[in-house]
Design a protein around this ligand. Structure first.
Ligand code: MG
Length: 307
């Protein structure tokens, strides 16, 4: 892990003075989505105008989301439905990260992947040429807890991928845990460990960290995390954009994923209060987690306001 010099100085509130400086020293903005661009299906005020302005200045826009329920294709559709033109290849989701992790590590094609998660992970695994089991299809299954009943699992499962899953149940937990415990060398991959997220506009909901913790509890094993704050996805970003990380700015609403990811990768960082962290809790939380953003402000639209 690299910790940039930036992280050692104290955080500054974004202002007319420093916003221009930041803009001039950055070629790409990396945005988290939930709590930054939208809350559930509701856009955060001023976001489309701000993104338009940044594009008109020639800045690259990249969307790095830990929410694995959608594939990059489905995220592009969501952006379009909200009136924001974003290409699929500008989106780096943790569902994509899970599939790419298996790909770059030469996961054998004849092995299968068991998924505790939603469509996004299944779609990305399929696109990458892997065979997946589980996911929504196991959402209504119930294991039979009676004597002489043996829960069977596929011995050719070589990886279990766990992400946000609103249909998590006892069946999936038993299936995933058996694969991890009993299939030799079976990988345990977590898309991310966010404690919560703004899955709807009015409330926070349990995040993938909750599903991952359940599997950790059942297996006493720790996962490989491929989403933020892991910098695994940064390699793919660097392959696509010829921009050094010190000229990228990560914009997010979580200190322990977004801002830490930015710091780990050597990016500039901007924390926004439009998601899970609010201004009154920020300073204490920042000390507790020992993660300090370079800048903080209320919302992404402040960039437009100050420039
Ligand atoms: Mg977020």
């Amino acid at each position: 892990m690299m910790n940039g010099e930036i992280s050692k100085s104290s955080s500054q509130q974004l202002s007319i003075e420093n916003a221009k400086q930041l803009l001039n020293s950055v070629d790409a903005f990396l945005f988290d989505c939930d709590g930054v661009i939208w809350k559930g299906d509701k856009l955060i005020d001023g976001v489309p105008q701000t993104l338009d302005m940044l594009r008109s200045l020639g800045k690259k826009l990249v969307f790095v989301t830990n929410n694995s329920t959608k594939s990059r294709k489905k995220y592009a559709e969501k952006f379009h439905s909200l009136g924001i033109p974003v290409n699929e290849d500008e989106i780096f989701s943790s569902s994509f990260a899970a599939a790419m992790y298996l790909k770059v590590n030469d996961f054998p094609r004849e092995k299968k992947v068991y998924v505790i998660g939603e469509e996004g992970i299944l779609e990305e695994l399929k696109l990458a040429g892997f065979t997946a089991l589980g996911g929504p299809a196991d959402g209504k299954k119930n294991p039979e807890l009676k004597s002489n009943c043996l829960f069977e699992h596929d011995k050719s499962v070589g990886a279990v991928v766990v992400g946000l899953d609103q249909y998590i149940n006892f069946y999936k937990l038993q299936y995933g845990a058996l694969c991890i415990r009993e299939n030799p060398g079976c990988l345990f991959i977590a898309t991310n460990r966010d404690a919560s997220g703004h899955l709807t506009d009015l409330q926070e909901w349990p995040g993938a960290g909750c599903m991952v913790a359940a599997v950790c509890g059942a297996t006493q094993k720790e996962p490989i995390v491929v989403g933020k704050p892991s910098t695994f996805l940064m390699d793919f970003l660097l392959q696509k954009y010829n921009i050094t990380t010190s000229r990228m700015c990560m914009v997010g609403d979580r200190l322990d994923t977004d801002i830490l990811f930015g710091q780990n990768a050597g990016c500039r960082t901007l924390l926004v209060f439009s998601g899970v962290v609010n201004e009154s809790a920020f300073q204490d939380l920042s000390k507790e987690l020992q993660v300090q953003p370079e800048y903080y402000t209320n919302s992404v639209s402040d960039i437009l306001k100050y420039v």
